[in-house]
Write a protein that binds this ligand. Structure first.
Ligand code: FES
Length: 88
């Protein structure tokens, strides 16, 4: 089970955490990964940047926006789940 955490700290929240969570939920449903991904909220990782901080396993992704979260999901998270790349 891969744990994805979306920061809902004040800085990230103002930059679109809620939209990112909604988008990740949509992608999990689209790719039928509900049994492989656990999506959680988390508080500030002190990596506040121009976007939202998202973690997938041990990896941090900073500056994520609602516009680029689908690309992040498809390029980094999907391959890791399918075993096409290193574990996150
Ligand atoms: S509020 Fe999200 S990393 Fe600081």
């Amino acid at each position: 089970m891969l744990i994805i955490q979306v920061c809902v700290g004040s800085s990230c929240f103002l930059r679109g955490s809620k939209k990112i969570i909604t988008e990740i939920e949509r992608l999990i449903a689209e790719f039928q990964l509900g049994d492989k991904i656990l999506l959680k909220g988390c508080f500030c990782h002190e990596k506040c940047t121009g976007g939202v901080t998202v973690t997938a396993g041990e990896k941090f992704f900073t500056g994520v926006t609602p516009q680029d979260v689908e690309e992040l999901f498809k390029q980094k998270i999907l391959p890791a789940i399918k075993g096409d790349t290193e574990c996150l």
